[in-house]
Design a binder for this molecule. Structure first.
Ligand code: FMN
Length: 166
């Protein structure tokens, strides 16, 4: 099984979970590759709140680097986002749009938040479903969960579950 872990992270929490996940999956699967996306609008913490959060709330997609993420060679896509204003970040929305070769595949969503995630996971899942990608589960991490083994194990279990119908 080959897994693509696609994520955005401004202050490192989502990156940390993505990296921990890749480390846990390493011995279990054929490949667990990380694809970090960067918003071309380079936010500081201040501009993230003033400019980025309203964009996230409106569901906007940012221009990102890389502009395209080819996941044709992968069996499953994990998409991770920080929560901004109870929503996925514009860069995470951009990552969904940047996926290539993803049609018909399955995905797992995880979000990291300060404890008030709103419907960020649901909104990201809907965006993926609209691209023909079936979401098999979502996992929420708040700031206390960043070192939470159980939550990470829950994410690993969903990712490594055999595909539905298979
Ligand atoms: C602009 C902005 C908006 C945020 N909005 C929320 C929010 O609505 N709810 C919440 O629980 N945390 C919110 N947070 C906290 C982040 O979701 C949390 O710290 C997350 O883990 C950051 O991920 P990162 O370190 O990968 O960037 C916000 C952070 C920023 C910078």
């Amino acid at each position: 099984m080959r897994i693509a872990i696609v994520y955005h992270s401004l202050s490192g929490n989502t990156r940390r979970i993505a990296e921990l996940l890749a480390g846990r999956l390493g011995p279990l699967v054929e490949a667990a590759d990380l694809f970090e996306v960067h918003d071309l609008h380079q936010y500081s913490t201040l501009t993230a709140y003033m400019v980025g959060a309203p964009r996230a709330m409106r569901g906007e997609s940012a221009a990102i680097d890389p502009a395209e993420i080819d996941v044709a060679a992968y069996d499953l896509i994990v998409v991770g986002t920080p929560v901004w204003a109870f929503a996925p970040t514009p860069a995470a929305n951009g990552a969904v749009g940047a996926l290539r070769g993803a049609d018909g595949k399955e995905a797992v969503v995880f979000v990291t938040s300060g404890g008030a995630p709103g419907d960020a996971a649901g909104r990201l899942s809907t965006a993926l479903e609209q691209r023909g990608i079936r979401v098999r589960g979502t996992v929420l991490f708040d700031r206390r969960d960043l070192e939470n083994e159980e939550r990470l194990a829950e994410l690993v279990a969903i990712v490594t579950r055999p595909p539905s119908g298979g």
